[in-house]
Structure formats: structure tokens, C-alpha cells
Design a protein around this ligand. Structure first.
Ligand SMILES: Nc1nc2c(ncn2[C@@H]2O[C@H](COP(=O)(O)OP(=O)(O)OP(=O)(O)O)[C@@H](O)[C@H]2O)c(=O)[nH]1
Ligand SMILES: [Mg+2]
Length: 411
């Protein structure tokens, strides 16, 4: 072996020793870890007790046990308080809404409500047009009422509406506590909004001092909730206006007509917002924007003279002046509107677009500066042309309040 061979051998031996010494501790570490993790060698890894945070369960679809039988953009629930409020809630049942409940201080009144099965009586014999009596009764039963709402509506609810007649005892007295309870439930079930809707029936002039005075006080109280952003929308149904819109309407069908006018118009917007249009859609975001503006007034008018450019505009103007379901409100203070035009196929085939545009443009001029007008054009199953309007964001109804105050002898 010459000098070179000896040098190469020493180098190889040295390299081999280096490799062995580099591997030894590594192998020792691996052996250590394996024995720590796998002492009985029967499982892959024997885990030490580490508190592992659980991932939140995937947001489960809320079960809708009271699914509406009509097509709607939003799942609304209605609780009617007092006799008028209960009848209002009942009219939504006729349209296919299923999240319904009624509450009263008199069992006899509840017995007359046939189409709503969820009923709660919190008193005995009524409140005799005294809202304070009903409000006191509510205080003791608040938790029962909350449970009652949960049981009646289920959890798939987007917004709860409290319906009441403003001039009575039971409905008027429980309205504000019901608004608060409804908001509590909406928060509890994480509804997409915590704003609560109100459908409020205002009395006819002829109903007398006490009723008008009650209605004044109720409207003032509810307005406070509107201003604080708790109530939206506030939908006013003015029975005096119904009286003038349908002159000579007999006593028998009066309430039914009043209730169906508001429920029908209300539903029309919730229904169209769920539908596609071949022309121009009023979608659910448009509707939500109007619903969140506070005071809303609805109206509808059939257009006969749709062939002339000013025909539709004139009908719309007259409608806004005369046909809205509440008097004593200043529509010019509104900051938002939903305008849905539904026409028979034949009319829509012949109707010049500019006639429609002119009618829509008019809304922007009538409402507050910078207001938003959401449009929708749909073909319908009736041969005529009808304009449906929902004007929102209306300011405090001073004229209506003054009128109620005067009729209620509160000056
Ligand atoms: N739109 C509409 N308004 C109604 C109806 N029934 C009553 N009202 C109005 O609601 C007001 C209150 O009447 P009720 O609802 O009968 O009163 P209540 O809430 O049951 O109160 P008490 O009977 O005093 O305990 C009335 O003055 C009417 O203006 C109804 O079916 N539809
Ligand atoms: Mg009653």
C-alpha cells in the first residue's frame, strides 16, 4: 500500500465515522419520539391530553316548521294583539303566511279568530279600552309571551311584525312591550335584522274621543321606537282613509276589506321581490332597503289611459294624493320608494317604454331630494295595468297626530 492508498483509506474511514456519528443522535431522537408517542405500539399515535379547541359547528340551516305556502322574499312572522290586531294577523294567513300568533286579554275575542291556532290569553274579560290595564297584565307574563312566540314561529324568521289597533286597550297597551319581546327573540335567533315591524290600524273619526285619544298616545309611543331605529317598517293602516276610499262599505265587510287591502299590498311586494322578471325586477335587496326606512305607506291604482305619455303619470299622481292607505302623512318627505308595475302581456307588448319612464321619474321628483326609487315591471295574469307603490322613510306624521289629538279632545 503506497502513501496515496493509505491516505485514501484513512479518508474513507474518517468519512464513515463522521456519517455514523451524525446518524446516531438523530436515530436516538426518532426512537425517543416514537416510544413517547407509541408506548404500547398498538396505535399510530398515543396523544397526550391537550385541550384542543373544537371548531364551531357548520351553520345549520334553521328548520322551518311553519313554512309559508306562498312564495316570498322574506320570512315574516306576525303577532296580532287585541281584536283588531288579531284580525290583521289572520288576514296574512289567508295569503299563505304560517308564522302567526294572536294575543289578547279576553278569551272571547280569541275565540273569533279561526285561522290562527296559536293563541295566548293574558287576562280575563278584556282591557275595556284601557291600554294601561293590558300593559300591566303583560308585565307578569312577559316570559310566557316570549316562549309563545318561539313556539308559534320557529326560528326561521327574518322579521317579526306586531299588529294592533291603536285606539283600543289590549292591542295598544301590549304593542310596545311586544315590540321589545319580538326584538329579544330576533336577537336570540340571530335574525338578519333586529328591527321589528309594526302594522298599526288608526281609528275612524267616528270612533269617539277615548279611542282617538288612545290612538294619539299609541302613535306617539311607537314613533319613539321608529326614531330609535327599533321599529321599521311602521306600516299605517288608516281606517278613516279606508272609509273614504270605499264609501258606503257596509259594516259587515269593513274590517275584512281594510285588513285585506294592507295585507294584500304588503304581500305583493314580498312576493314580487322573490320573482324574476323578464322586464325589470324589484329584488329582495330593493325591498329590504324600503323596509328599513321607518314609516311606510302603501297604495295601488289601476291605469286605464296607458297609451298616452301622461296617462300613467297622472294616475300615479292621483294615487299618491288620494289612494294611499293613510292620510295625514307627507309623502314628499319620503326618501325611498318601491314602485312595481304589473301588466297583462298584451299591454306590455304595446306600452311605450317612455310612458313608464315618465311615471317612474315622477317619483324621484315627488319624494325628498336624493331619494331612491326601486322599480319593478312584471307581467301578470290579469289583462290590466296596475301600479303598486310603497313609499318609505316618511317623516313624523304631524297632520295625523294633530287630527287624532283634536278628535281625542286632548288640546
Ligand atoms: N283595520 C282594522 N282595524 C280594526 C279592526 N278591529 C278593530 N280595529 C281598530 O282597532 C281599534 C281597537 O279595537 P280592538 O282591536 O277591538 O281593541 P282591543 O285591542 O281588543 O282592546 P280592548 O277590547 O279595549 O281590550 C278600533 O278602534 C279600530 O279602529 C280590524 O279588524 N281591522
Ligand atoms: Mg278587545
Amino acid at each position: 500500500m503506497n502513501e496515496d492508498d493509505r491516505w485514501n483509506k484513512r479518508r474513507e474511514e474518517s468519512l464513515q465515522r463522521q456519517q455514523e456519528s451524525a446518524q446516531e443522535p438523530q436515530q436516538a431522537q426518532v426512537d425517543d419520539l416514537t416510544s413517547y408517542m407509541n408506548p404500547d405500539m398498538g396505535v399510530d399515535i398515543s396523544m397526550p391530553e391537550i385541550p384542543v379547541p373544537m371548531p364551531p359547528p357548520a351553520a345549520a340551516e334553521k328548520e322551518d316548521k311553519n313554512k309559508d305556502t306562498c312564495d316570498v322574499a322574506f320570512n315574516f312572522a306576525f303577532i296580532g294583539a287585541g281584536q283588531g290586531g288579531s284580525r290583521l294577523a289572520e288576514s296574512f294567513s289567508k295569503l299563505g303566511y304560517k308564522k302567526l300568533a294572536v294575543l289578547n286579554t279576553a278569551q272571547q275575542d280569541l275565540n273569533t279568530i279561526k285561522l290562527v291556532s296559536n293563541k295566548l290569553c293574558i287576562g280575563d274579560g278584556g282591557a275595556g279600552k284601557n291600554p294601561d290595564v293590558a300593559e300591566k297584565l303583560f308585565v307578569d307574563r312577559k316570559e310566557d309571551v316570549l316562549d309563545f312566540m318561539y313556539d308559534s314561529f320557529g326560528e326561521a324568521v327574518d322579521r317579526i311584525f306586531v299588529c294592533a289597533g291603536a285606539g283600543g286597550g289590549s292591542g295598544a297597551g301590549t304593542l310596545c312591550p311586544l315590540i321589545e319581546t319580538a326584538q329579544e327573540m330576533q336577537r336570540g335567533i340571530k335574525s338578519p335584522t333586529d328591527k321589528v315591524g309594526v302594522v298599526l290600524a288608526l281609528p275612524k273619526h267616528s270612533e269617539g274621543k277615548k279611542v282617538n285619544a288612545n290612538a294619539y298616545a299609541t302613535l306617539v309611543k311607537v314613533w319613539d321606537y321608529v326614531e330609535r331605529g327599533v321599529v321599521s317598517p311602521l306600516v299605517i293602516l288608516d281606517n278613516e282613509k279606508i272609509n273614504s276610499l270605499y264609501p258606503g262599505l257596509p259594516v259587515g265587510p269593513f274590517w275584512e276589506t281594510a285588513n285585506m287591502s294592507i295585507a294584500g299590498l304588503f304581500h305583493l311586494f314580498n312576493h314580487t321581490a322573490s320573482k324574476d322578471s323578464t322586464y325589470s325586477a324589484f329584488d329582495s335587496n330593493d325591498y329590504k332597503q324600503v323596509l328599513d326606512t321607518g314609516l311606510i305607506v302603501f297604495g295601488a291604482a289601476t291605469v286605464d289611459d296607458w297609451k298616452t305619455p301622461s296617462g300613467i303619470s297622472k294616475t300615479v299622481r292621483d294615487n299618491l294624493k288620494n289612494n294611499m292607505l293613510s292620510g295625514g302623512v307627507d309623502l314628499g318627505t319620503g326618501n325611498s320608494a318601491g314602485v312595481v308595475i304589473i301588466g297583462g302581456q298584451q299591454i306590455l307588448n304595446e306600452l311605450p317604454q317612455q310612458n313608464l319612464d315618465r311615471a317612474f321619474d315622477q317619483f324621484s321628483r315627488i319624494l325628498q331630494k336624493g331619494s331612491v326609487v326601486h322599480r319593478g315591471i312584471y307581467s301578470g295574469n290579469k289583462p290590466d295595468l296596475t301600479v303598486y307603490t310603497a313609499i318609505g322613510g316618511i317623516q313624523k306624521p304631524h297632520a295625523k297626530l294633530e287630527e287624532l289629538k283634536k278628535l281625542g279632545d286632548l288640546d
